[in-house]
Each structure stands twice: as C-alpha cells, then as structure tokens.
Design a protein. Structure first.
Lengths: 99, 491, 498
C-alpha cells in the first residue's frame, strides 16, 4: 500500500523547488496519498520479463549533420529575461556549488 | 450573426477561392463573433486582432495577384495556448508564463501560416495541459457553449468551445491523455489525435514528452482531415517525428462519407465496462455500434486485459516526464520572477516563483513525478509503469490482428458542472479512462459526435493502429454521414 | 580551520596505499552544438550563439549531432572500449542556472563505450589504466559571479549567465579505480591525463586545451592501510593543468593521511584545488548524495551504431601516440629513458615539429628539454605555451649550425623570442648579436687587448697559454660578446706565437 507522509511531500517539494505553504502541504498530502495508492496498482502486473517502453515510435539513429543553423539574436535571446545585465541573464546569489 | 461563421472550413475555403468573400471579411465576422460571445464562453486567452487582419489582407493580396492558394487559405483558426506563436503571448494558461512572447514559431504554426490559415488567437486550456475540464486554467475556466454552467472538457476546452460557439471553424489542440478528444466529445465537435510522432512537437510546450501529440479540431470530420494534412509530416527539428509520409486522411474522410463500411472489422473493448459510465453515454454508444453495423461493419468484442492499468500507468509516466519538463520554469530566462528583493538567494527566488506561478494540479503532478523517479522508487513506479505500457501496446497490437479499429465512448460522462470534480483530483482523472490507453500505445484516435444525452453531446471514439490515421477518419466520416453534426442552442 | 602538521610524502607511502580515479570531460571541436545547430566558436560575445534549444525555451527539442557521436565512438575505440550496439541518452535532473532546462541530457546506465584501457609509462613502468566508460553529454553555460572578492561563488551577490557554451558536446571519460601504484600515484595521474590528451589530439576531435577548459579533470583519491578495503574517496575539481593533476593527488594524499593518522575519518566530498597554494579546500559537503532521478530521454531516439561502420572507424584510426612515440624513438635513436624524459616534459610533438622544420633531433631535444623547459617551469606554464614555436627553435639552431651564433649568443636571441620580439633572424639583426667572424675586426680587437695587457702577453709568449683567458675576456668585452671565444683564443695564441 502506498502512503505518503506530509514530511515526504515537503521533501519532494523542496527537491522540485516549490515553496509550498503549510495549508498546501495539508491539502496535498491527503490528495497525493489517494493518487499514489491508485497508481500503485501497476505493481499488480507481473512484468519482470517485460521490457519497458521508452519510445512508442520505434526509431533509432535520428541524427543531424554538423552544420550551422541560424539561431536567435542576442536581443531575441534576452527578450524574455526577467533581469539581465552586460548582455547576460542576471540572477541573485547562488547558494549551491557548481556541479 | 453572420451565416459565414456557421460554415465548415471546406465551405469557407470554397467561397474564398471563388472570391465570393474576402479573407478579411471572413476574419472580421469571426472577430465580431468573438466579441459578441467570448465574454460568456471565455474560449480565448488572447485575440490577435491586428495579426489576424494583417494575415487575412495578405491572403487577399496574393489571391488578387493570381497566386494559386491552398484549399484552406483565408480560413480562420484558433490555437491552443500551449503552442509557441512568435511574438504572440503564449501562456499555457499559467501565471508563470504570463505575457511571454516566444521568439520563435512552432513548426506546426509555420505550416499553418504557409497554408494561409489566419490565426485569430490563443485558446484557453488547463494549465500546462494537465486536466480534463479547463478549470485548472490560471485565467479562469472556459464555459461549454451547450450549457454555460458546465465544463467544455480539457485540457483543450478553449479550442473545442471556440468551435462549438462558432468563434472559429478550425482549431489546434494537443492530446496527451485525451485532451483533444474528450473536449470534442463534451462539446459535440470533432477532435483527432494523430499517431504519436505524426505531428511535430517542436514548439509545443512539453507536458509529457512521450505522449504529447498536436492534432486538429473542427466541426466536421473532413475539416479535421484537411487540417490534419496541413500540420502532419516529418520535422527534422523533432527527433520523435515519424519519417514516413502521413497517410492520406483527406481521401479516407471523403471515402468514409459515402457511408459504406462493408468488410470493416470493428472491435468493442470488453474491459471498458459500464461501471461508472453515465447511462446516457452507454445508450448513445450502443446506438453508434448499431449504426456501424448498419453501415456494413462487422462488430466483435475484443479483450484488452491490461487496459485497466492504463490510468495508473499514465498517472505515473506523465507526471514523471512533466516534473522534468517543467523544471525549466525557474525565473532565470523567461517568465515570472517573484521575491527577488536583493536579499534572497536564487534558490529561494526560484521556489517562490514556482510556488506563485504554478497552480495546484501542476504542483501535485510535479510532486508525484519527482517521487516516481526517485532513487528507490523508480523501479516500482516509473519503471514498472513503462513495462505496463509495453503490455498495453501488446494488447493493441493483438487486438488489431483481429479487427481494423477499436471503438468506445470517448469519455464516461457528458459535460459535468463546473466545480463538480475539482475537490477530488482523482475523480477528474476518470474522465480520461477510455482515451488514455491509445496515448500509451501511440496510436491515432478520433472523437466524433454521435448524439445527445439529456441535451448534452456524446462522442464516439475510434482508435486505429499506429500510422493508420486514415482508417479512423474513414469510420468517423461514415458515422457522421448518418448522424450528422450537432448544433448547440443559440448563445 | 587550522592546518594540522602534515606528514611527509614518504611517511604517507609507508603507512598507506593510494587508489586514484579520474573523470575527464572533453569539449568536442564540432562546428555545432550537441543538440542544435548553434556555432561553438570560443570567445564569442555573450549570448550570441544561442537558439531556443540550447536556451531551453519552452517547446524546444534536441536533435543529436552525428559528428559528435562519431567522435565519441572514435575516442572509445582508441581507448580499446566496446562500443554499444544500442544505447540511449538520459536526463540528469538538478537545478542550476547554467543548465537551461534544469536537466542535462547525458547518458546513465547505457554509455556509448565501455570497458577499455589506456597504457601509460611512469618511471620506466607500464601502468594499464582501466577505462570504465566513455559517454556523451551536453556542456553547461558559463556563470560569472559578481560582487564577491575572488570572482568565485562564495561571497558573490549576484551572477550573470552566458549560454554560448551551453549545449556544446562534452565527452566524459571515467577510469576504473587504479590501485597498486603506491608512491607513483601523482605521476600516474598526470601521465594518464597527458596520454589521454595526446590520444584525443591525435584523433583530431578536440583541441584539448586545459587552460581554455576544453579538457577538464576531476581526480578521485582514497587511502587505505595495506590489506584493508579501499578507503572513502574524495573528488577534487578545478584541476586545470597537468602539473595541477599531480599536485592535487599529492596534496590530497597528505591531507587524508593526516586525518587518518589522527584517528579521524574521511568525509566523502567534493574538494576544490587551488593553483596558488597547491591545497584543496572543502566544497559544500552534501548530507546525502544528489539523486538525479535519471530516466531515458524521451525526446531523443536510441542510438544503434552500425557495427560495420564502427569497424570502418576502427580501421581508420590514426597512429596512436604510444605507437607513434615508439617509431620516433627509433628514428631519433634514443633510449626509452630519454624518450620518457621527452614525454614527461610534454615535448614529443614540439620536438617532432622542430625536426620537421629542419633541426636535428639532438638539437631540438637540447633546446626543448633544456632552456625552454627551465623557462616553462619557472613561469608555471605548459611547454607548448612557453612562447617559442618549433619553427623558431629550428631557425635558431640553423643559425648556430651556420656559425652565425654561438651557443651563448643563441641563448640571448632565445630570450628575445620568448619576450615576443619576433623570429631569431630578426632579433639577431636588431640586437646586433651576430658572431663577429671577420678576422680583420677581431685582429684589431686582439691587438688592442695585447696592448692593454703587456704583462699577460709576456706570460703567453713565455708558454703560459692559460693566461690567454684575460685577453680573450677583453676581446669578448670589446666585441660585446659577439665573437666566438674559441676562435679568439686561436687567434690570440697565433698572434703571440710568431
């Protein structure tokens, strides 16, 4: 039986960068529990020997030639930016280390 | 209300070609209609008046100069707001993309423009295509023209409602779990999901990458087929795009209109029982099956034992893919940014932005998806769902050895009232019970109106093998030739 | 945190066995990015080589670059790997502003190449480095951290992002752990990176310039007491040169030993290498390893390289560095030890090009392993960046061979070359350094010297040839060193003989 606790929901929200409120946590935890219990039904199917589908269309080797194609101008690239400076996208202080 | 707005795209196209009417006039009457009714229907999120008139005038100039144009040149079209339209707001009905004007056009938009179709505007939808009623739009719901207290279906309720309200003769939708077909069914219009990969996803804001399929919406089967032809075909910018040429759906629709289905084998899925299905829907479906028989088809029952797992598998696969696809909405390059007051870190700004910018259903699915992909849970959830998907595909393959197409009611209920299913997300998911299986398989399916139940439209779903889109158009056209089209009460 | 007293390297080796592993990222030199047709030119104006795909705009989709796949397979073949017959790309999900989609398209449990090896020479021994995998992924954009003191992320108040680099094809090469190398661990690490770099350069798939970032190394180090299981390893990043590779391993071995000696435990973490101090510092230590929630990339079709095509690529591989060096060693008639010295100095190609430009192998070796290596070490740069080209070195030697320059004068000309004054011939002329071989002018200088030192001249006439040194010195001074001392000596003695 799948069950998801409020703490787990809070953890998952953090992982997905969602600053959920306490009320949302209360609401979501119950709803998600119902959903997860129903989707867990997939576990009833004996599928050990079955290969997973990742592509319903059986294509392989879809490639392109190493040839330049015109892209966006800098202005177009920055056109949607909430904040920019010196021709770059500007973001506030980053806490995490680079990978 | 001008009679022009009641015409099919085919009829409009003929009048335009014969120069009986100009593209500009056709566009104007539709803009007028939008002005007249959309305050109550709310099918549109953005009406591009200037863009539409400008495009229409250009069609008129080119025609006046003697240029030979396609059969749909000058016909207006509404575009679901999940498709990137250059310079025109594309919000996916979300706050996080409020006002975003893409610097590029989706491939299908390019083809639509090249065919001379005139874009009237962008239609309402469930936020990021997640939903079955358009109630999850961050900009307010769309109202079903058949009964304004009811939902028009989802996620593509805006496109379907625009058709039913005669605001446009053609529309584009996208179908991931039924988002074209189910709105078609509850609004009495035609909605087709092509074979996955048959229409380019380049420019379609991704919800579930292995399932999303752009498709045509119209009031008649032939109209849908003509639009299908415009947008289908290989796109080198989409690695999942099918290389082979699209099947001749227009010829199939014309053939089907003759009403002869002799020799066609039709399967009814045994496992799609009557539990939880509205009696009126069941009755309309039975009538439809009888109609098929009268047209010469041989109807048999086929078993698809894994279809009962389609809904759970879908609600693991789609959220998983969407949790990853929606990670890009992070306040950095486009869209909303909240909380950047100089004292907060990027991580905080990102989290506050996504919290403020995404609605509840989107958040729920992101959380489910993150869970299903997590180390330790992957095998039991996402991994297992993809295996179940293989079994469902095998059910289809084996069914199609016995029959040419499968049929079902498109959705278990007619248009429900606004608010009826929003307190329990899972109740909302049940609307997709019959549409989801073919998304997992990748096959084409169409919903065609077959009747009314207590005054509300019911749709028949026809499912065909992958790459056999023409087959479903033939059957749908044949049914339509008997039952006709359905007009809602005047707005 | 105060530094504890570190043990000596010998002490560390006497007590512990190191195990190393290396992860190298190589930026391919394809004309376009991995998943879109944007150009990859280095140093372009910010955000001018971007498109919806590499910016991760909503609705964009990736399409894989054929040349990048071919290059990766060739790297795998050169490293003796097995090439997958079917594999997929995967999404690696995490949030960071330099990654437009907040996931990186990479490969997870289905890499393109697996299970190979690379042999390297260290101190006359051949060490076989196992290659675990070679896979393909996309590079990230570049972030400028503003407002902090050092331009690094800590202390910065904001950051500016340029996506020109985002999406450039990146090949990741991961070694199997390398145990059993004992004290040689730092040198083995360096030799591996140097050899790998040479292999990739020979294939022509990347310019592999560590200082430009087209080749990046992370080094893993662990220590264990003899007979025990391998210890906890740490990962060291920001290792930007061959020298740094060696220093980073050494430094981390000392640090870990000092912790273990004191009874402590090693934290599994990522550390940052500092060029200036040669030390490593701790990055943000993560409580739990990041869960990247990998799943197969649904937007890309699987790769199924045609086995016949792979065979053709294998047959067409160029002569790899090891074989190439063996051939050169024979041509240049050198011992293995001598060849190793050349390899260690990073001078193989330089000497080869100098020979091609006309110098003898001996002369080329003399310059590159002598004066130029000294200079490179002093300035802390790679030999190839020291400031002289093979053509210039060859020209210099030609001048010496032709008698126009003495060794001493040649060294002065070389100073000029390294200072950027131009080619040897031009410098020789500009500085007036040509050997004075005109006997007439020399005779005049000699007579002058004899006249200035009559007592010395007497001594020489008396048979004390050693005294000639004073006169030679005087002549050299007069001619500002532009005379050949040997010739002067002969002339002086001849002058005073008769």
């Amino acid at each position: 039986m799948a069950a998801i606790s409020r703490e787990e929901v809070a953890h998952l929200a953090r992982l997905s960068r969602l600053a959920v409120t306490d009320q949302e946590l209360d609401r979501f935890a119950g709803q998600l529990d119902v959903i997860l219990q129903s989707v867990a039904r997939v576990g009833e199917v004996a599928a050990d020997d079955i290969p997973p589908t990742s592509h319903s269309v059986p294509l392989v080797n879809v490639l392109r030639e190493d040839v330049i194609v015109p892209g966006l101008t800098r202005d177009e690239a920055l056109s949607g930016a909430p904040d920019s400076a010196e021709d770059r996208f500007r973001v506030p202080q980053i806490l995490a280390d680079e990978e | 209300m001008s009679d022009l707005i009641k015409l099919s795209a085919v009829a409009l196209g003929e009048k335009l070609a014969a120069k009986e009417v100009s593209a500009e006039e056709v566009t104007r009457v539709h803009l007028d209609r939008i002005g007249e009714v959309d305050g109550r229907v709310h099918a549109f999120l953005h009406v591009d008046t200037e863009g539409a008139l400008s495009a229409a005038r250009e069609i008129d100039s080119r025609r006046a100069a003697g240029e030979k144009l396609g059969p749909l040149a000058g016909v207006p079209i509404a575009i679901k707001d999940v498709i990137a339209t250059k310079g025109v707001p594309t919000t996916c009905a979300s706050k996080i993309l409020e006002g975003w004007r893409p610097p590029y056009d989706a491939t299908i938009m390019t083809r639509i423009r090249e065919a001379g179709l005139v874009m009237l505007g962008k239609t309402n939808m469930d936020e990021f295509a997640m939903g079955s009623s358009t109630e999850y739009s961050a900009y307010g719901p769309t109202y079903n023209p058949w009964d304004l207290s009811r939902i028009p279906g989802g996620s593509g309720g805006g496109s379907a409602a625009a058709l039913a309200a005669y605001e446009a003769p053609l529309a584009i939708g996208t179908d991931t779990g039924g988002s074209i077909r189910q709105p078609g069914a509850v609004t009495g219009t035609v909605g087709a999901k092509p074979t996955y990969g048959g229409t380019s996803r380049y420019g379609l804001v991704a919800f579930s990458s292995s399932l999303d399929t752009p498709g045509p919406c119209a009031r008649t089967v032939l109209d849908a087929a003509l639009l299908h032809e415009v947008i289908a075909g290989h796109d080198p910018r989409d690695s999942t795009s099918i290389a082979q040429p699209a099947p001749d759906v227009v010829a199939a629709a014309r053939l089907g209109a003759s009403g002869d289905l002799t020799g066609v084998r039709v399967g009814v899925v045994k496992e799609f029982g009557t539990d939880g299905v509205e009696p009126g829907v069941t009755a309309a479906f039975r009538d439809a099956v009888e109609t098929l028989t009268k047209l010469g088809a041989e109807v048999v029952e086929v078993s698809c034992p894994h279809f009962q797992y389609a809904l759970p598998a879908y609600y693991l696969i789609a959220p998983s893919e969407c949790s990853s696809n929606l990670a890009r909405f992070d306040s950095v390059r486009f869209g909303l940014r909240v909380g950047d007051d100089g004292n907060r870190s990027l991580e905080e700004v990102m989290s506050l932005t996504r919290e403020a910018g995404f609605g509840d259903e989107v958040k729920r699915r992101i959380i489910i998806g993150t869970y299903a992909l997590s180390s330790g849970y992957y095998d039991a959830y996402y991994g297992q769902a993809q295996k179940v998907r293989t079994l469902i595909s095998r059910d289809f393959t084996s069914a199609f050895e016995q029959v040419d197409v499968l049929v079902s009611a498109t959705t278990p209920f007619t248009a429900f009232e606004l608010g009826a299913r929003t307190s329990d997300p899972y109740q909302m998911y049940l609307a997709d019970l019959y549409t989801i299986p073919t998304n997992l398989y990748g096959g084409p399916a169409i919903s065609v109106p077959i009747g009314l139940s207590e005054g509300l439209p019911v749709g028949l779903q026809v499912m065909a093998p992958t790459m056999a889109d023409d087959r479903m158009y033939r059957i749908a056209a044949a049914v339509e030739s008997v039952v006709g089209t359905f007009t809602p009460p005047a707005l | 945190m105060s530094t504890s007293v570190l043990p000596t390297y010998d002490e560390v080796i006497s007590r512990y066995e190191p195990v190393i592993g290396l992860e190298t990222h190589v930026e391919l030199g394809t004309a376009t990015k991995m998943f879109c047709g944007c150009p990859t030119v280095f140093g372009a104006e910010p955000n001018t080589q971007v498109c919806p795909v590499c910016l991760g705009l909503p609705g964009s989709l990736p399409v894989a670059n054929k040349a990048a796949i071919e290059a990766t397979i060739r790297i795998g073949l050169a490293l003796n790997c097995s090439i997958a017959t079917w594999c997929r790309f995967a999404r690696k999900n995490y949030f960071y502003p330099d990654m437009p989609k907040n996931f990186q398209i990479s490969q997870y449990d289905e890499p393109l190449c697996t299970d190979g090896y690379l042999d390297v020479e260290v101190n006359g021994e051949t060490v076989r480095i196992g290659i675990e995998r070679v896979h393909l992924e996309e590079d990230t954009g570049k972030t400028l951290h503003v407002g902090g003191a050092t331009g690094r992320i800590h202390g910065a108040t904001e950051s500016l992002v340029d996506y020109n680099r985002a999406g450039i094809p990146l090949v990741e090469i991961v070694t199997k752990p390398v145990p059993g190398i004992g004290a040689m661990a730092p040198e083995v690490a360096k030799a591996y990176v140097a050899e790998l770099r040479d292999v990739i350069r020979t294939l022509g798939v990347s310019d592999v310039r560590m200082e430009q970032g087209s080749m990046r190394c992370d080094v893993n180090t662990s220590l264990n007491r003899p007979g025990e299981e391998w210890g906890t390893r740490t990962e060291t990043k920001n290792v930007n040169s061959l020298r740094s590779v060696e220093r980073a391993v050494r430094s981390e071995m000392l640090r870990q030993a000092s912790v273990l000696d004191a009874g402590g435990t090693i934290t599994q973490e990522t550390r940052h290498f500092h060029e200036d101090t040669g030390d490593t510092t701790s990055g943000r230590s993560k409580e739990t390893a990041t869960d990247y929630r990998y799943f197969p990339e649904p937007d890309l079709a699987p790769l199924a390289p045609d086995p016949q095509w792979v065979e053709r690529l294998k047959a067409a591989l160029p002569e790899l560095p090891r074989v190439h060096r063996a051939r050169l060693r024979t041509e240049w008639n050198l011992s293995e030890l001598d060849m190793q010295s050349i390899l260690n100095a990073g001078a193989v190609e330089l000497i080869e090009q100098t020979v091609a430009a006309g110098a003898s192998p001996e002369a080329a070796r003399k310059w590159w392993l002598g004066e130029l290596s000294r200079r490179a070490n002093a300035e802390g740069v790679e030999l190839e960046s020291v400031g002289a080209t093979p053509a210039q070195v060859a020209q210099l030697q030609t001048l010496v061979d032709g008698g126009k320059l003495t060794d001493k004068l040649a060294r002065q000309v070389l100073e000029g070359v390294l200072a950027g004054e131009g080619d040897p011939e031009a410098i020789m002329a500009a500085r007036g350094l040509e050997v004075v071989s005109d006997t007439g002018a020399l005779t005049a200088a000699i007579d002058e010297a004899i006249a200035a030192h009559p007592d010395v001249a007497e001594k020489i006439r008396g048979g004390n040839q050693a005294a000639a040194g004073v006169l030679i010195g005087a002549v050299m001074k007069t001619t500002k060193g532009a005379a050949d001392a040997k010739t002067v000596r002969e002339l002086v003695l001849a002058r005073l003989a008769g």
